[in-house]
Structure formats: structure tokens, C-alpha cells
Write a protein that binds this ligand. Structure first.
Ligand code: COA
Length: 409
């Protein structure tokens, strides 16, 4: 197997064959697919001289409390039907992450097809996401929405700018290039946007992007939303409520930090009377993304925590090391460190005899650092262990809001 950068002039046909084979590209999707391949770092793995695996990372910025950290989204990976299960995808992704780490990405995020696969690369589970299916008539908003402005796929540039400025929550992920947003927004032929332009320069202040297979009764799916204030959020909800005479069901992913059920009237009654019907009202919880650190000292230098300072030895295991070639520009972040968490945090190679020791995989440590789960909870289900007093101290110092990338991964 040989890894090299994707060349649009010579690899286009093979890349299309892979994406067609796995069902990601239909007839007519060639243009957005080509655009997608140019939006990031795209590489191929060759088998017998032919590209049979394609992977891509995209540079991004991920918010950690008040800091914006350079990051790499593991955006796509696909192996053709003739080259499966011989390590092509894992090794190619490991190589891409090594390049991203060498270029300054401090962490990486991936949306997964299933739990377990990306764990081989050092990723650990992110937070759960809650998806609501509800009848817009049950939305509890009293105000009427003003007449919104229509947005179409042609407005992608101003919508992208608005999307970047959505509520700045812990874990928010913004792609550096607009390509991902442009392609995802244009993906569904029936998609449309509605919103308001209250900013002084007339650009969208709050808006939503909807999609539906059945434009008549729904379900309508809210693909993404932009708002920054409670008033803007409520106006968007009032807008959704205004569809109640026609639309029976709306699908919406709970916005970061909010408890969306607050907005619904009698949700449990609704759930029981619509159970197993065509427009069932329900909430579903799933995990869909994972995170890993790529640069421990770099990320910790930007980690500012309000809790009491804590120092400890860290024995960190990084499974990605087994997937990297000798020539890779980065070897993972496994090793021995002295770590300090507090207003100023740091990670320095070495060990100190006076300090307690935490032993962890990079998968579990990344989850703890990002605030997905507390150290003493991870000790039950993941590869993280240490003296109970140290775990408790870490729980207290790393009290973080629930991280949420709030974007399509
Ligand atoms: C996912 C995909 C890229 C893997 O490609 P591949 O080149 O066959 O993958 P690799 O050979 O690197 O890895 C396969 C290994 O992972 C294992 N694996 C797969 N899913 C797993 C999971 N959820 N948990 C743990 N291990 C898993 C396989 O059993 C196999 O194990 P082995 O190495 O012991 O044989 C390929 O199946 C594909 O293209 N799928 C369709 C597109 C897709 O879903 N892409 C991912 C989008 S998030």
C-alpha cells in the first residue's frame, strides 16, 4: 500500500468510483463531490497501483471555554469494495492526523458510523446528543414571528458567515474552509432557509435551514440553526410553530446547553398518543462524535480552568502509534508527563516522585479534558485510573460545560 496526496487530474475517476460504490455519490453529485475533495487535506491509499481508499481531514477551530483551538476534523474516509479490512483506512487516517498535528492542530474531532472504529486511532466518545420529533403545535411560544426572509442555496456565503457566528458554546466546531458548509447545505434538493437580518450590516442574525422529503405534512428536519440571544431563539421557535396548520412533525437536534423539552407542551402525553404512529413524538439520545488530543502540551497551554490547581504524573497510552509508518512527522502523544490543571495548565515530559499518578489512554484522557465525563466516572467505563483523591480533585477542577460541536461532522 502507498499513501499520497489526492490529485484531481488523475484520481478523480477512481475517487468517484469509491464514493459511488459505497453509496455516497449519486448521479448528478459529481460537482459538489469534487468541491468537497478540494476543501481539505485529501489523500488516497493505493493498492496494486490504484487508489482504493480516500480520506480527508479539514482544518477547523474548536472552542474550549473562551479559547479557540486549531483543530482537524476527520471529515471522510471510504475504502472501495475490493480493498476492505486490510488496514488501508486506519493507516491512511493515522497518516493524515500526523500531518495535521505537525501543522499545529491541537485536537481532532470525528463523526462516527459506529463506536469502536476510531478508538483504534485514539478517539474517545463525545457527549450524547438529543434529537426531538415534535408536533409544531405543541411548541410553547406565545409571540408571533415576524415575516421572515427566505434563503436559498445561492445564499450559502452569507449563511456560512452567520453560521460561524452562532452562539459560542464550549466545544463549538467551525470549519476553516466554507466548502463543507456549502456542500452540506446544498446536499438536499428540497432544503430551504428562513430567518431574519437584524444585524446593523443587514446580514442574517438568526435563521434556520430546513429540509423535508414530504413538503406537505413533514417531517421537516431542522438541519442547523443560528441564534445568539433568547429572543432570537424564541422567534425561530415561533416561526416553526407557524407551520402547525400543515406540518405534523418537526425533527430538531437539541441546541447546545438548552433543555429543549422546556419548550414543549405535555411531551409525555404527546409521546403516548402518537406512539407507533406515522408522526410519532419522541426524543432519542445517541452518541455521534468523538474527540482526541493531538498535542498535549499545546492544548494544555490554552486550558484555563477556574477550579483549584492540581498536579500529577500522567502515563498516557496512544494506540495511534501502532498505525504510523516510521517516516510519519508525528508519533502520537503517548508517554510520561507531569501535568498541571488550573488557571494556567501545562504538560511537561517526565515524572515527579512526589506526585500521584494517573494512567490513561489518550481516548479517555481527551474525554476528561474536553469535559465529556468526569475522571471518577471514566474510571468505571474507560481506560483511566488513579488514586481516588486525585480523581476527585480532577472532577472538581475540570468542571466544564457539556461540549457540543454544534455542526455537521
Ligand atoms: C469504514 C471503512 C472506511 C473501513 O475501511 P477499511 O479499509 O476496511 O478499514 P480498516 O481495514 O482500516 O479497518 C477494518 C478493521 O476495523 C474493524 N472495525 C470496523 N468497525 C469497527 C467498530 N465499530 N469497532 C471496532 N472495530 C471495528 C474491522 O473489524 C476490521 O478489523 P481488523 O483490522 O481486525 O480486520 C469502510 O468500511 C467504508 O468505506 N465504509 C463505508 C463508508 C463509511 O462508513 N465511512 C466512515 C464514515 S464515518
Amino acid at each position: 500500500m502507498r499513501f499520497r496526496e489526492y490529485n484531481p487530474d488523475t484520481d478523480r475517476a477512481a475517487a468517484h468510483r469509491i464514493w459511488r460504490e459505497i453509496g455516497w455519490m449519486r448521479e448528478g453529485d459529481e460537482e459538489p463531490t469534487d468541491l468537497y475533495f478540494t476543501g481539505g487535506r485529501t489523500w488516497v491509499a493505493e493498492l496494486e497501483g490504484e487508489p482504493e481508499c480516500l480520506s480527508q481531514t479539514m482544518s477547523a477551530s474548536v472552542r474550549y471555554l473562551e479559547e479557540e483551538m486549531p483543530a482537524a476534523v476527520l471529515a471522510a474516509v471510504a475504502t472501495s469494495h475490493v480493498a476492505r479490512q486490510r488496514g488501508l483506512a486506519k493507516r491512511l487516517m493515522a497518516h493524515l492526523l500526523a500531518l495535521d498535528a505537525a501543522d499545529g492542530a491541537l485536537l481532532s474531532i470525528v463523526g462516527y458510523f459506529d463506536q469502536g472504529y476510531y478508538n483504534h486511532l485514539g478517539f474517545g466518545n463525545g457527549s450524547y446528543e438529543v434529537d426531538f420529533d415534535f408536533d409544531p403545535a405543541t411548541l410553547m411560544v406565545s409571540d408571533r414571528a415576524r415575516t421572515p426572509r427566505r434563503f436559498t442555496r445561492d445564499d450559502w456565503e452569507i449563511l456560512h458567515a452567520a453560521h460561524l457566528s452562532r452562539r459560542p458554546v464550549h466545544g463549538r466546531c467551525n470549519y476553516t474552509s466554507p466548502v463543507h458548509f456549502r456542500v452540506e447545505t446544498a446536499h438536499h434538493k428540497t432544503a430551504f432557509g428562513l430567518g431574519y437580518c437584524d444585524t446593523p450590516d443587514g446580514s442574517p442574525s438568526h435563521c434556520l435551514w430546513l429540509n423535508a422529503d414530504n413538503m406537505n405534512a413533514g417531517p421537516y428536519r431542522v438541519e442547523w440553526m443560528v441564534f445568539r440571544t433568547p429572543e432570537q431563539f424564541r422567534e425561530l421557535m415561533a416561526l416553526l410553530r407557524s407551520f402547525e396548520d400543515q406540518v405534523r412533525l418537526i425533527h430538531l437536534r437539541q441546541p447546545p446547553g438548552l433543555q429543549f423539552q422546556d419548550m414543549l407542551s405535555r411531551p409525555l402525553r404527546q409521546r403516548s398518543i402518537t406512539h407507533r404512529g406515522g408522526f410519532e413524538n419522541a426524543a432519542h439520545v445517541t452518541g455521534g462524535w468523538q474527540v482526541r488530543l493531538l498535542d498535549l502540551p499545546g492544548a494544555l497551554a490554552r486550558t484555563h480552568l477556574m477550579g483549584a490547581p492540581v498536579r500529577f504524573n500522567l502515563l498516557l497510552r496512544d494506540p495511534i502509534a501502532d498505525l504510523l509508518d516510521d517516516g510519519a512527522p508525528w508519533r502520537g502523544i503517548g508517554g510520561e508527563y507531569v501535568v498541571a490543571f488550573g488557571e494556567e495548565s501545562s504538560a511537561t515530559p517526565g515524572q515527579s516522585a512526589a506526585l500521584p499518578t494517573l494512567t490513561a489512554s489518550v481516548n479517555a484522557f481527551s474525554r476528561m479534558w474536553f469535559g465529556v465525563r468526569a475522571a471518577s466516572d471514566l474510571a468505571y467505563t474507560d481506560e483511566l485510573s488513579g488514586p481516588p483523591e486525585l480523581l476527585q480533585q480532577l472532577d472538581e477542577t475540570l468542571r466544564l460545560p457539556e461540549p457540543n460541536p454544534d455542526c455537521e461532522l
